[in-house]
Design a protein around this ligand. Sequence first.
Ligand code: SAM
Length: 232
Amino acid sequence: MSGKLIIIPTPIGNLDDITLRALEILKTADAILCEDTRHSSKLLKHHGIENKLMPFHQHNEHKALESTLNRINTGDVLALISDAGTPGISDPGFMLVRGAIAADLEVEVLPGPTAHITALVGSGLPSEKYVYLGFPPQKKGRQTFWKSLSEQDFTMVIYESPHRILKALNEAKEVLGIERLGCVARELSKIHETYHRGKLHELAEACEQTPFKGEIVLILEGKAHFEKRQKA
Ligand code: SAM
């Protein structure tokens, strides 16, 4: 039997947001690589799956790479999951996929949840063309990051922590202007799911009054749509 690496997206909140094919692979794979075995065991338990969970996270990604590729090379089917959403999207996965491709091993990626796509579509901002920017740098390079967005024509999708979202809204407002539209998508697929939609100054004011909590995706209107709105 030939080995394979299978990338499996997992729920971003609601544990039922997982495909039948993903569940079947989680049941039958030789092992499941995950960021946090305790966290992922809850997902397996919820779906009545008993299988081996092995740690694969940003701190051991380099070290575990070779042994993981060796296992696949000798015939093991290994599934990679992360704490939430799609591995490789602001989560470990890229290096393993790249390594497997370089070693001529089979790689399969299942389609499934990722917070930025859900947030983008729910934001109501143009979703035909967008750029995904992950997390802004926390300190060094943060100003340059925001400045680089001023000429961006497409809708921008950003991950931000609840501790820095007010700062991010004020920084975005500074660079893009108070009239630019934005959306803060919080706690998607969870009990407190909320979309805050409006102009950047309205979002910053709302966040200042009642701090936005939980997991957050920030979506910003691109320059092209903004200019079109101004002319209309
Ligand atoms: N791999 C994940 C994905 O595909 O979306 C992203 C992992 S990244 C470490 C975690 C960030 O994703 C959070 O800080 C937040 O910005 C975003 N996120 C994850 N789940 C979310 C949810 N339910 N609602 C809003 N944002 C979420």
